[in-house]
Design a protein around this ligand. Structure first.
Ligand SMILES: Nc1ncnc2c1ncn2[C@@H]1O[C@H](COP(=O)(O)OP(=O)(O)OP(=O)(O)O)[C@@H](O)[C@H]1O
Length: 318
């Protein structure tokens, strides 16, 4: 059984006096039990709408949603017991302290985590007696993560887990997701942060303007986008370009001033970055060419994202 399933979702927002907005047009996303899947897209791509449909907060116009086999709208209570949802900019009871909020949410579940330990775990130990409304944005964000986890859910949706967090807090949230994975919790991670998704997710679904443009592992997306690694090096030897261009692992050699940019070959599997670097190094060594300032560039998720969604606009921060 797939833990989180969204199949062929369509969602239109109707607005008085203005044309309707098609937020999702045939969107399918799935997360297997224990898997960590990233949902990536620009502002307005449809990520939050997908999350709201998975959580049962809204109904799709058409399509099917299942959370551990349950319909989040028909089985709302049971879904609440197994799915933790951390929403962007959640508004909570501001007069309650961190500890009070986490204890209150813990009381909604039959079983769950120890509230005080969880408060420590999300880095709010020192702020535990501070009212929610007096916390910084990043601290409020961490409260919303704690509330999503306190019922020890089997699946969690984290919407912009680390936006607004400083680098240290961000790393501790990443460690938290790694702990969830180790415990076999299913995670859908909505994010704008490429490094975060690349580091934490087994697979990624890319949304663009309400449609899924690609789903796969990061190497799979890089390959689908036709991206290849490059080695840039500096050499004065005029023979170098010809030697490198004859290598089967090399697709192209471009001279840029005193530097050569060597691109891996295409083909079904393509040339891996490490293979390219190794082959370039040994070919030059064989003919006695001296190269300096060698730099390997591995195409990553950010390159794949831009290639698959069109590079005309950049990925905006929320
Ligand atoms: N309540 C609403 N009423 C009308 N239109 C909406 C509503 N909520 C979202 N939209 C529109 O639906 C589209 C998808 O929005 P959604 O919030 O799902 O995107 P998102 O990928 O989560 O964006 P962001 O990264 O900015 O949070 C956008 O065009 C947005 O303007």
């Amino acid at each position: 059984m797939t833990a989180l399933v969204a199949q062929h979702l369509r969602k239109t927002y109707r607005r008085r006096g203005r044309p309707p907005v098609v937020a999702l047009d045939d969107v399918s996303v799935s997360v297997a039990p224990g898997e960590v899947v990233g949902l990536l897209g620009r502002n307005g791509a449809g990520k939050s709408t997908t999350v709201q449909l998975l959580a049962g907060a809204r109904a799709p116009d058409s399509g099917r949603v299942r959370v551990l086999g349950l319909d989040p709208r028909a089985d709302r209570r049971r879904v609440r017991g197994v799915l933790g949802v951390q929403l962007q900019g959640a508004t909570l009871h501001g007069a309650l302290t961190v500890r009070e909020l986490v204890r209150l949410y813990r009381s909604f579940y039959r079983r769950g985590l120890d509230p005080d330990r969880l408060v420590e775990r999300v880095g709010l130990g020192e702020a535990r007696d501070t009212r929610f409304e007096q916390l910084s944005g990043g601290q409020q964000q961490r409260v919303s993560v704690a509330l999503a986890l306190v019922g020890e859910p089997r699946a969690v949706v984290l919407d912009e887990l680390t936006s607004g967090l400083d680098p240290e807090a961000r790393r501790s949230m990443w460690a938290l997701v790694e702990d969830l994975r180790a415990d076999g919790v299913t995670v859908l991670l909505v994010s704008h942060h490429m490094e975060e998704v690349e580091r934490l997710c087994d697979r990624v679904t890319i949304l663009d303007a309400g449609r899924v443009v690609a789903t796969g592992t990061v190497p799979g997306l890089v390959e689908r986008a036709g991206l290849r690694p490059t080695v840039t090096l500096r050499t004065d030897d005029p023979a170098a370009a010809g030697v490198l261009a004859r290598l089967p692992v090399v697709g192209q050699v471009d001279a840029r001033g005193p530097r050569l940019v060597v691109t891996g070959s295409a083909g079904p599997a393509g040339t891996g970055p490490d293979e390219l670097l190794r082959e370039v190094g040994s070919a030059l060594a064989r003919v006695g060419v001296v190269a300096t300032e060698t730099h390997l560039r591995r195409p990553g998720l950010d390159d794949a994202f831009l290639a698959l969604t069109g590079s005309s606009s950049t990925l905006e921060a929320p």
